[in-house]
Design a protein around this ligand. Structure first.
Ligand SMILES: *Cc1c(COP(=O)(O)O)cnc(C)c1O
Length: 371
């Protein structure tokens, strides 16, 4: 079965093997060296002042970000499940909450945020997804963050990059906290969350808040290559192996280039067989199709063609399916996936099979001259 869900994503063999080595004690020079290397790689990946790792799923990092940096009132952009989650975290800790809602295929607009910030001058934090995975939507986060900081540098910008860090280059100039998670673009099992922090964020966090997710104590410890509590040792060993694997395949720049090329070729291939891309601003992390037969197509893909893709949630349940683009995905797998989708449409008597999806994918991925 090919796992093509936008999280969890497949873990490369070299990474699985690295994680099969005997458990190390976390308070040892051996592990500290491993931690130092993971930390150096993360600082490069985030392109930010500081990076911390937390033993938790991605939501733990979202919570850590909000709790440690929000002072009074936060604005959350809700264009899907994960944006909605930011609002719930803000409310659950008793901060005042303002929510800007969009349909799940609509990217946030700078003008809408500008209006709210004008009306509510006591907002001190803005939370947004880089990619909102619920609909495979890319928000113009860099543009929004630049606007916010140009108006008031004391508004902290939290960007959830769980399905964006490792997918594409993110300009972090105006972002204070950038969040990544292990089981999406970083090709690891679930359980490790990573946070990039700006200098402003570090200052503002001060002594930090919360007990387990106190970012101030984590920053202090992690600068010395250790953690406040027991580190997720096995996942951190795996993270180094992921960085090695990325380096072996040409480095981060190459990964970004390949991901973009593959996502673009997939979109063209799916459109060529009459399918509709759901978001107005598609993210590169996944290809999201809006279709009345979404559930049927998913079932056929799984049962007849050994491809596992994700469906939709809430009001999009049964209406979309999402094909992963995160990680090191060989083009021969993606070429099979678009071909399988075309076969499924033929099985549903929607369209006669003619091999277009595969051909269009290859033309776009490898260049027409090669085909
Ligand atoms: C997966 C995901 C999360 C975190 O989910 P966890 O299940 O807590 O790891 C947060 N934001 C986005 C955009 C995601 O895709």
């Amino acid at each position: 079965m090919l796992l093509f869900t936008p999280g969890p994503t497949p873990v490369p063999e070299s990474v699985r093997l690295a994680m099969a080595t005997p458990t190390l004690h976390h308070r040892t020079p051996e592990f500290e060296a491993i931690f130092a290397s993971a930390r150096a790689n993360l600082l490069k990946l985030f392109g930010m002042e500081e990076a911390v790792m937390l033993a938790s799923s991605g939501t733990g990092a979202m919570q850590a970000a909000v709790v440690n940096i929000c002072q009074k009132k936060a604005l959350s952009i809700n264009a899907g499940k994960f944006g909605e989650r930011f609002g719930k975290i803000v409310e659950s800790f008793g901060f005042e909450s303002v929510v800007l809602e969009y349909e799940w295929n609509q990217p946030a607009q700078v003008e809408d945020i500008a209006l709210i910030l004008e009306k509510e001058p006591d907002i001190d934090t803005v939370c947004i997804q880089v990619c909102e995975s619920a609909g495979g939507l890319r928000h113009p986060v860099e543009e929004i963050a630049e606007y916010i900081k140009s108006q008031n540098r004391d508004i902290a910008v939290i960007a959830d990059g769980i399905t964006a860090v490792g997918v594409e280059y993110i300009d972090t100039t105006n972002i204070d906290i950038l969040i990544a998670g292990s089981q999406k673009a970083l090709m690891l099992p679930p359980g490790l969350a990573m946070i990039g922090l700006s200098e402003y964020a570090i200052d503002r966090i001060g002594d930090g808040r919360d007990y387990y997710f106190n970012l101030s104590s984590e920053i202090k410890k992690q600068r010395k290559n250790t953690t406040a509590y027991t580190a997720a040792t096995t996942l951190i060993i795996g993270l180094n192996a992921v960085f090695d694997e990325i380096a072996k395949s040409g480095g981060l720049e190459q990964l970004y280039k390949d991901t973009k090329n593959r996502a673009n070729a997939t979109q063209k291939a799916l459109e060529s067989i009459g399918l509709q891309i759901y978001p107005d601003a598609p993210a590169l992390a996944m290809s999201t199709i809006y279709d009345k037969d979404a559930e049927e197509i998913r079932k056929i893909l799984k049962n007849s063609y050994q491809v596992n893709v994700a469906g939709g949630q809430d009001h999009l349940k049964g209406k979309i399916f999402r094909i992963n683009q995160m990680g090191l995905i060989p083009p021969y797998q993606m070429s099979w996936v678009v071909n399988a989708v075309e076969l499924a449409l033929a099985d549903l008597n929607r369209r006669k099979y003619d091999g277009s999806a595969n051909r269009i994918f290859n033309e776009n991925y490898f260049g027409e001259s090669k085909i």
